[in-house]
Write a protein that binds this ligand. Structure first.
Ligand SMILES: [Cu+2]
Length: 146
């Protein structure tokens, strides 16, 4: 039985290494001791030969996570929620201030003492991928233009 469980864990891990999206430079900006939203940034690449779309994003540390896109429309900065971000084969999307970003609402506890936050992407085919974001706090508001 133990071997079977071990084998299942191995398969699970292998499944993970063939994760749908390749992630790099994942980080979160937040204001210490704030209960306001934090912003998440990263580079994502779909290295598959098939399209991938994210159905749902969750985090154990936040009540709600959304994918947003900031744009300037008629001279006004606007932000809209993207319901199902989609990646065509080999497409790269960079989440960075001023463009696509994740918005993490309602921190469930103070994240001041943590060094990482984990979020989980759930894809259209129900596969999941957990991503660790390194926490970078900002106090001067310099990076506030997500
Ligand atoms: Cu936003």
């Amino acid at each position: 039985m133990r071997q079977i469980i071990f084998a299942l864990i191995l398969i699970g891990t292998m499944g993970n290494s063939k994760a749908h999206l390749k992630v790099s430079d994942a980080k979160i900006y937040y204001i210490p001791s704030s209960s306001g939203p934090a912003a998440g940034y990263m580079d994502l690449k779909n290295e598959n030969s098939f399209a991938v779309s994210i159905k749902n994003i969750t985090s154990l540390q936040f009540g709600k996570v959304e994918w947003h896109r900031s744009e300037i429309k008629n001279g006004m900065a606007t932000m809209s929620k993207i319901e199902k971000p989609k990646f065509t084969p080999n497409q790269k999307i960079r989440l960075a201030p001023g463009g696509n970003h994740l918005m993490l609402f309602k921190p469930k506890e103070s994240i001041d003492r943590l060094s990482n936050v984990e979020i989980t992407f759930e894809y259209d085919d129900l596969k999941k991928q957990t991503i660790s974001l390194e926490i970078e706090n900002y106090t001067n508001g310099e990076n506030n233009h997500h």
